[in-house]
Design a binder for this molecule. Structure first.
Ligand code: DQA
Length: 148
């Protein structure tokens, strides 16, 4: 794939999980919409979700072997805890966008630090699931221009 969309822990519950924070759209709806949009732009997008840190790390490693050009990642709660997942992204040297559905800065203080933001190309948060569409548009633009 050209673009790998990675969903971290508990995002499999989207649609039913705290809908007042995360909305009503489920993960399949988001994935389908992004695959369609990427396809229209002549890009191949693959999506993965895992609740396990090591599986997310392995997905990042595999991305390099597969020639993935850009990663869009919502690391879920691993945003605030996982040096290992950060190291994986830094290690494969694939540019990535960090996305959060909620505005993490308006929530508990433990959500206000990210292990990813300082090495991300960009960060989107607080736009709901529309943030995924915004991230993909930015990535498609980046891939078309190879500049950002
Ligand atoms: C989240 C924000 C995180 O703090 C939280 O642990 C999540 C989802 C978001 O998309 O808003 O699981 O990444």
């Amino acid at each position: 794939a050209d673009v790998l969309l990675i969903h971290g822990p508990n995002l499999n519950l989207l649609g039913s999980r705290e809908p007042e924070i995360y909305g009503h759209e489920n993960l399949d709806d988001i994935n389908r919409r992004l695959v369609d949009r990427a396809t229209t732009a002549g890009c191949e997008l693959t999506a993965v979700q895992s609740n396990a840190e090591h599986e997310l790390i392995e997905a990042v490693h595999t991305a390099r072997d597969d020639g993935v050009r850009f990663i869009i990642i919502n690391p879920g709660a691993f945003t605030h805890t996982s040096i290992a997942l950060r190291d994986a992204l830094a290690g494969v040297d694939i540019p990535f966008m960090e996305i959060h559905i909620s505005n993490v800065h308006a929530r508990e203080s433990f959500r206000q630090h990210s292990y990813f933001s300082d090495i991300a190309v960009g960060v989107i948060c607080g736009l709901g699931t529309f943030g995924y569409d915004c991230a993909l548009e930015a990535v498609l633009n980046h891939l078309a221009n190879q500049s950002m």
